[in-house]
Design a protein around this ligand. Structure first.
Ligand code: TPP
Ligand code: SF4
Ligand code: MG
Length: 303
């Protein structure tokens, strides 16, 4: 389906223009498609993050759905309470969705998320991953990639990114997916699918961030595409413990089709001090991850 056809399938814009996100924000681009897929009967819960700022204050907020701005660690717990209240009121047609940053998900919010998933809470938890604590000026998170500069990793981060999507798959929830707004149809369809599944659904979206990653604002969509084409970000779904690669990633099972990671890294100022040997190290790590995806794609259960 073309973007034009997607817009005619979901013409209503629930994410309004004139919001306070930075130019070229990958997170708000993703949110626009997420809201198109969810529709108006949606409650968004957002912990402390850029999202609190760009959603804004009622009655001048940029989202034309209900939303709760919530304390940093509490998104999963707040969503659980809203789900329980809606169940008590017998309201079955409202989507409860957490929209949280990587810091609020991978680090500080993980226990509330894990508890909600373990209870099988009927909601969609979406992490938009800009790979650092951006709202407070770019501190490292568990999701920051190896080598990236942040104010708390002035010589580049020494650890690889934590894989929260796989951690959530190990919770035995019915649906886990990864996405990126550069592939809007893929993102839109995954949220539509998640909406119709009962229980806890987890979607992890890579959200390129021009000021935090230090690239020109017009390159946001290209940056997401390069993340996927180099294999540094992998698009997939996990259902019933079985992983299937989404079309843009599936063709990359053939390693010769993957672009070298340097093509992605060298466009971003956050990696400007990364040496060639470190790029080779990141490449080796990516190749090792792909050996695992190959096994999953052959039918090996994810946990
Ligand atoms: C308990 C607590 N600690 C710290 C903060 C300050 N704080 C607000 S937003 C934020 C960064 C959030 O990072 P992330 O979840 O990745 O979202 P992003 O800002 O990148 O969108 C921090 C540290 C806070 N609000 N509450
Ligand atoms: S800092 Fe990044 S994620 Fe936050 S509003 Fe700006 S572009 Fe978006
Ligand atoms: Mg972040």
């Amino acid at each position: 389906m073309s973007i034009k056809a997607l817009h005619s399938e979901a013409p209503e814009e629930l994410w309004l223009p004139g919001n306070s996100s930075c130019q070229g924000c990958g997170s708000t681009l993703a949110l626009r498609w997420v809201l198109k897929a969810l529709g108006k009967k949606t409650v968004i819960v957002s912990p402390a993050s850029c999202a609190n700022v760009y959603i804004g204050w009622w009655p001048r907020s940029s989202a034309s759905v209900s939303y709760f701005n919530m304390a940093f660690a509490a998104a999963g717990a707040t969503a659980s309470g809203i789900v329980a209240a809606l169940e008590y009121l017998n309201k079955k047609d409202v989507n409860v969705v957490t929209w949280a940053g990587d810091g609020g998900s991978v680090d500080i919010g993980i226990q509330a998320l894990s508890g909600a998933a373990e209870r099988g809470t009927n909601f969609i938890y979406i992490c938009y991953d800009n790979e650092a604590y951006m709202n407070t000026g770019t501190q490292r998170s568990g999701s920051t990639p190896m080598g990236a500069w942040t104010t708390t990793t002035p010589f580049g981060k020494r650890q690889n990114k934590k894989n929260l999507a796989m951690i959530m798959a190990a919770h035995n929830i019915p649906y886990v997916a990864t996405a990126c707004p550069s592939y809007s149809k893929d993102l839109y369809e995954k949220i539509k699918k998640a909406k119709d599944i009962e229980g806890t659904k987890y979607v992890h979206i890579l959200a390129p961030c021009p000021p935090g990653w230090r690239f020109d604002t017009e390159l946001t969509v290209d940056m997401g595409k390069l993340a996927v084409e180099t294999g540094m970000w992998v698009l997939y779904e996990v259902e019933n413990n079985i992983l299937s690669l989404s079309p843009p990633s599936k063709r990359l099972l053939d390693a010769s089709k993957r672009k070298p990671v340097g093509e992605y890294i060298k466009l971003q100022g956050r990696f400007k001090d990364v040496k060639d040997e470190e790029i080779r190290e990141i490449q080796r790590w990516v190749d090792v991850q792909w050996e695992k995806y190959k096994k999953f794609e052959e039918g090996c259960p994810v946990y």
